[in-house]
Design a protein around this ligand. Structure first.
Ligand SMILES: [Zn+2]
Length: 202
Protein backbone atom coordinates (compact mmCIF):
# COMPACT_ATOMS: atom_id res chain seq x y z
CA UNK A 1 0.00 0.00 0.00
CA UNK A 2 2.84 2.37 0.93
CA UNK A 3 4.57 1.62 -2.37
CA UNK A 4 1.40 2.33 -4.35
CA UNK A 5 0.85 5.59 -2.50
CA UNK A 6 4.39 6.75 -3.11
CA UNK A 7 4.12 5.94 -6.84
CA UNK A 8 0.87 7.86 -7.09
CA UNK A 9 2.48 10.77 -5.29
CA UNK A 10 5.34 10.71 -7.82
CA UNK A 11 2.80 11.12 -10.63
CA UNK A 12 1.08 13.96 -8.76
CA UNK A 13 4.41 15.69 -8.21
CA UNK A 14 5.15 15.52 -11.89
CA UNK A 15 1.75 16.78 -12.97
CA UNK A 16 1.58 19.47 -10.24
CA UNK A 17 5.23 20.50 -9.84
CA UNK A 18 6.37 22.38 -6.78
CA UNK A 19 8.98 24.51 -8.51
CA UNK A 20 8.68 26.96 -11.37
CA UNK A 21 11.63 25.28 -13.11
CA UNK A 22 9.71 22.01 -13.26
CA UNK A 23 6.76 23.73 -14.92
CA UNK A 24 7.73 23.05 -18.50
CA UNK A 25 5.60 24.39 -21.34
CA UNK A 26 6.57 21.27 -23.29
CA UNK A 27 4.98 18.99 -20.71
CA UNK A 28 1.27 18.77 -19.96
CA UNK A 29 0.46 20.16 -16.54
CA UNK A 30 -2.35 19.46 -14.12
CA UNK A 31 -5.30 17.38 -15.25
CA UNK A 32 -3.93 17.38 -18.81
CA UNK A 33 -1.12 15.15 -17.57
CA UNK A 34 -3.37 12.13 -17.06
CA UNK A 35 -3.90 9.79 -19.95
CA UNK A 36 -7.42 9.11 -21.16
CA UNK A 37 -10.20 11.64 -20.57
CA UNK A 38 -8.83 14.41 -18.35
CA UNK A 39 -10.60 14.73 -15.00
CA UNK A 40 -12.30 18.06 -14.31
CA UNK A 41 -9.86 20.32 -12.44
CA UNK A 42 -12.45 20.81 -9.67
CA UNK A 43 -12.44 17.09 -9.11
CA UNK A 44 -8.66 17.00 -8.82
CA UNK A 45 -8.80 19.94 -6.43
CA UNK A 46 -11.38 18.19 -4.23
CA UNK A 47 -9.22 15.09 -4.09
CA UNK A 48 -6.08 17.03 -3.18
CA UNK A 49 -7.89 19.01 -0.47
CA UNK A 50 -9.29 15.78 0.95
CA UNK A 51 -5.90 14.03 0.82
CA UNK A 52 -4.12 17.13 2.17
CA UNK A 53 -1.64 17.18 -0.73
CA UNK A 54 -0.54 20.62 0.38
CA UNK A 55 2.39 20.96 -1.98
CA UNK A 56 0.19 20.34 -5.04
CA UNK A 57 -2.65 22.62 -3.91
CA UNK A 58 -1.46 25.97 -5.32
CA UNK A 59 -1.34 24.60 -8.85
CA UNK A 60 -4.52 22.55 -8.39
CA UNK A 61 -6.37 25.74 -7.35
CA UNK A 62 -4.87 27.60 -10.29
CA UNK A 63 -5.89 24.89 -12.78
CA UNK A 64 -9.47 25.05 -11.52
CA UNK A 65 -9.58 28.86 -11.38
CA UNK A 66 -7.97 29.52 -14.78
CA UNK A 67 -11.11 28.33 -16.55
CA UNK A 68 -13.19 31.04 -14.96
CA UNK A 69 -16.24 31.31 -12.72
CA UNK A 70 -18.59 29.27 -14.91
CA UNK A 71 -16.28 26.31 -14.65
CA UNK A 72 -15.71 26.75 -10.90
CA UNK A 73 -19.45 26.93 -10.21
CA UNK A 74 -20.76 24.62 -12.93
CA UNK A 75 -23.91 23.01 -11.51
CA UNK A 76 -23.99 20.27 -14.11
CA UNK A 77 -20.85 18.68 -12.74
CA UNK A 78 -21.04 15.41 -10.81
CA UNK A 79 -20.88 15.72 -7.03
CA UNK A 80 -17.20 14.73 -7.01
CA UNK A 81 -16.38 17.85 -9.04
CA UNK A 82 -18.56 20.28 -7.10
CA UNK A 83 -16.49 22.49 -4.83
CA UNK A 84 -17.27 23.02 -1.18
CA UNK A 85 -18.28 26.59 -0.29
CA UNK A 86 -14.86 27.04 1.36
CA UNK A 87 -12.87 25.84 -1.66
CA UNK A 88 -15.07 27.86 -4.01
CA UNK A 89 -14.48 31.00 -2.01
CA UNK A 90 -10.72 30.47 -2.01
CA UNK A 91 -10.68 29.73 -5.74
CA UNK A 92 -12.82 32.77 -6.60
CA UNK A 93 -10.76 35.13 -4.49
CA UNK A 94 -7.61 33.74 -6.05
CA UNK A 95 -8.99 34.09 -9.56
CA UNK A 96 -9.93 37.73 -8.96
CA UNK A 97 -6.47 38.46 -7.58
CA UNK A 98 -4.74 36.79 -10.53
CA UNK A 99 -7.01 38.55 -13.01
CA UNK A 100 -6.05 41.88 -11.47
CA UNK A 101 -2.35 41.06 -11.70
CA UNK A 102 -2.83 39.93 -15.30
CA UNK A 103 -4.50 43.18 -16.33
CA UNK A 104 -2.04 45.34 -14.45
CA UNK A 105 0.99 43.53 -15.80
CA UNK A 106 -0.29 43.57 -19.39
CA UNK A 107 -0.77 47.33 -19.17
CA UNK A 108 2.65 47.75 -17.59
CA UNK A 109 4.31 45.61 -20.26
CA UNK A 110 2.70 47.24 -23.26
CA UNK A 111 2.20 50.82 -22.12
CA UNK A 112 4.61 51.29 -19.23
CA UNK A 113 7.69 51.14 -21.36
CA UNK A 114 6.40 53.55 -24.01
CA UNK A 115 8.82 56.36 -24.51
CA UNK A 116 11.61 54.74 -22.55
CA UNK A 117 11.86 51.95 -25.09
CA UNK A 118 13.69 52.79 -28.23
CA UNK A 119 11.86 51.15 -31.07
CA UNK A 120 13.65 51.85 -34.30
CA UNK A 121 10.90 50.78 -36.66
CA UNK A 122 9.19 53.87 -37.93
CA UNK A 123 5.93 52.05 -38.69
CA UNK A 124 5.65 50.25 -35.32
CA UNK A 125 2.66 51.47 -33.25
CA UNK A 126 4.98 51.62 -30.21
CA UNK A 127 6.41 54.79 -31.70
CA UNK A 128 3.12 56.54 -31.18
CA UNK A 129 3.93 58.59 -28.13
CA UNK A 130 0.87 60.75 -28.36
CA UNK A 131 -1.46 61.03 -25.39
CA UNK A 132 -3.81 58.18 -24.58
CA UNK A 133 -3.83 54.57 -25.60
CA UNK A 134 -3.80 53.77 -29.30
CA UNK A 135 -6.15 51.24 -30.84
CA UNK A 136 -3.24 48.86 -31.47
CA UNK A 137 -2.15 49.16 -27.80
CA UNK A 138 -5.66 48.41 -26.61
CA UNK A 139 -6.02 45.45 -28.95
CA UNK A 140 -2.82 43.81 -27.84
CA UNK A 141 -3.63 44.30 -24.15
CA UNK A 142 -7.08 42.78 -24.77
CA UNK A 143 -5.56 39.77 -26.48
CA UNK A 144 -2.98 39.16 -23.75
CA UNK A 145 -5.58 39.37 -21.03
CA UNK A 146 -8.12 37.48 -23.15
CA UNK A 147 -10.71 40.01 -22.14
CA UNK A 148 -13.62 38.04 -23.63
CA UNK A 149 -12.93 35.24 -21.20
CA UNK A 150 -13.27 35.47 -17.45
CA UNK A 151 -10.50 33.05 -16.51
CA UNK A 152 -6.78 33.67 -16.58
CA UNK A 153 -3.85 32.63 -18.75
CA UNK A 154 -1.21 34.27 -16.62
CA UNK A 155 0.91 31.15 -16.09
CA UNK A 156 0.94 30.26 -19.77
CA UNK A 157 3.95 31.13 -21.87
CA UNK A 158 3.01 34.21 -23.89
CA UNK A 159 3.34 33.83 -27.64
CA UNK A 160 2.22 37.06 -29.25
CA UNK A 161 2.13 35.42 -32.68
CA UNK A 162 -0.42 33.02 -31.27
CA UNK A 163 -2.55 35.51 -29.38
CA UNK A 164 -2.62 38.25 -32.04
CA UNK A 165 -2.24 36.19 -35.16
CA UNK A 166 -0.55 37.38 -38.36
CA UNK A 167 0.96 40.82 -38.16
CA UNK A 168 0.42 41.44 -34.43
CA UNK A 169 -1.38 44.75 -35.13
CA UNK A 170 1.78 46.05 -36.79
CA UNK A 171 4.05 45.91 -33.73
CA UNK A 172 7.62 45.06 -34.69
CA UNK A 173 9.47 41.93 -33.66
CA UNK A 174 11.76 43.81 -31.30
CA UNK A 175 8.78 45.06 -29.33
CA UNK A 176 6.90 41.76 -29.26
CA UNK A 177 10.00 39.83 -28.24
CA UNK A 178 10.64 42.30 -25.44
CA UNK A 179 7.08 41.82 -24.17
CA UNK A 180 7.41 38.04 -24.29
CA UNK A 181 10.58 38.24 -22.23
CA UNK A 182 8.88 40.59 -19.78
CA UNK A 183 5.93 38.23 -19.50
CA UNK A 184 8.28 35.35 -18.61
CA UNK A 185 9.26 37.32 -15.50
CA UNK A 186 5.62 37.95 -14.70
CA UNK A 187 4.94 34.19 -14.82
CA UNK A 188 7.80 33.53 -12.45
CA UNK A 189 6.58 36.15 -9.99
CA UNK A 190 3.02 34.90 -10.16
CA UNK A 191 4.18 31.36 -9.51
CA UNK A 192 5.79 32.52 -6.27
CA UNK A 193 2.56 34.33 -5.31
CA UNK A 194 0.28 31.31 -5.85
CA UNK A 195 0.28 29.89 -2.28
CA UNK A 196 -0.55 33.34 -0.94
CA UNK A 197 -3.19 34.04 -3.59
CA UNK A 198 -4.97 30.82 -2.69
CA UNK A 199 -4.70 31.33 1.07
CA UNK A 200 -2.27 28.46 1.58
CA UNK A 201 0.35 30.36 3.50
CA UNK A 202 0.71 30.30 7.25
ZN1 LIG B 1 8.47 48.29 -32.23
Amino acid sequence: MTAVRSRILDVVREAYPETFEALSPAKPTGERFFSGPAPHPNEVLNLFVQQKLTSALPLAYYMAARRGLDSLMDRRLPASARLSPEALQVAMKGLLALREVELKEAHRLILGSRGSRSCSRSNCPSRNLGPGVSEADQKIVDRITDSAHCGTKILEVLSLKEVCGGDCFGFCEGCTEGWETGHADVRKNVWVMLPDVFGLKG
